[in-house]
Design a protein around this ligand. Structure first.
Ligand code: NDP
Length: 259
């Protein structure tokens, strides 16, 4: 299987968990991207310490402040990325940032529903809009007519918990606002895939597995997957998908997840 080969990638929520794991793996690729944009809410603060250490050793890693629930922050980040790229496009946008509230159907509130939907669903929508010109530019600059992650792609980090058909791990946690936000994110991914296909941009919803991160470890059960296993699997999937998969909901092993 060919390694993933991209010139530029941007990951949201890159200071910890799966986002940080993705950055570490991109840096370790045999042919690392020329630009890796690691975005997080507090780029200069304590929470971004690991990213700061990595950036001091890797000149191709750029840390950029980005709050996905704030349209002005998204626009400012897109302008900075454009400056760094200096006329080139962005190949890969990974909408990874997300949040979960450990609530049941009974105790969900308007505020929880709003906050989780804004972060997990509206954030990826606005990111897609703001970075569309750079993604289009990357697609135009790549040879060939097919779709691929090396050309231009939006990867929305979804969750099996958003599967309506399966109602994955319901007994471990109802997390209603989270499930609703990810089911809506799946619909968004499908809409993006239809609208952006003509621009040469591949779009998928990706379930990373149940992973040992702060979010994955919210309950009392230890998640089966390490960040490394999940990220390795996801990068393999990203290296192999093409126009056949655009609009699909896949897991970290490339299996189709039921809607
Ligand atoms: P973590 O809770 O470990 O990390 C979440 C990341 O998202 C942090 O970097 C956090 O930043 C960032 N974030 C949250 N809200 C915002 C915001 N408004 N703006 C910018 N950044 C934000 O989660 P994981 O790494 O486990 O999850 C990553 C993605 O994978 C999520 O979308 C999640 O839903 C999905 N997923 C995870 C699973 C798992 O088992 N871990 C299973 C299925 C899906 P900060 O440090 O500032 O809070």
């Amino acid at each position: 299987m060919a390694e993933l080969c991209v010139s530029s990638v941007l990951v949201t929520g890159a200071n910890r968990g799966l986002g940080l794991g993705l950055i570490q793996h991109f840096l370790r690729l045999p042919k690392p991207p020329q630009w890796i944009f690691a975005t997080c809410r507090d780029p200069k603060g304590q929470r971004a310490r690991e990213l700061q250490n990595l950036a001091s050793k890797h000149p191709n890693l750029v840390i950029i402040g980005l709050e996905v629930a704030n349209p002005a922050s998204i626009k400012a980040a897109a302008a900075k990325v454009e400056e760094y790229l200096g006329g080139s496009g962005l190949n890969l946008l990974i909408n990874n940032a997300g949040m979960l509230k450990a609530k049941t159907l009974e105790d969900e509130t308007l505020e929880d529903m709003r906050e989780v939907y804004t972060t997990n669903t509206v954030g990826p929508l606005l990111m897609g809009q703001a970075f569309l010109p750079l993604l289009k530019k990357a697609a135009q600059g790549s040879p060939g007519s097919g779709l691929s992650c090396s050309k231009a792609a939006i990867i929305n980090m979804s969750s099996y918990a958003g599967s309506i058909e399966d109602m994955y791990v319901w007994d471990f946690g109802q997390v209603v606002s989270y499930r609703c936000s990810k089911a809506a994110l799946n619909m968004l991914s499908r809409c993006q895939s239809l609208a952006y296909k003509e621009h040469g941009i591949l779009c998928v919803a990706l379930h990373p597995g149940w992973v040992q991160t702060d979010m994955g470890s919210t309950g009392s059960f230890k998640p089966p997957l390490t960040v490394d296993d999940s990220v390795q699997g996801m990068l393999k999937v990203l290296s192999s998908i093409s126009e056949k998969e655009t609009g699909a909901f896949l897991d970290w092993e490339g299996k189709v997840v039921p809607w």
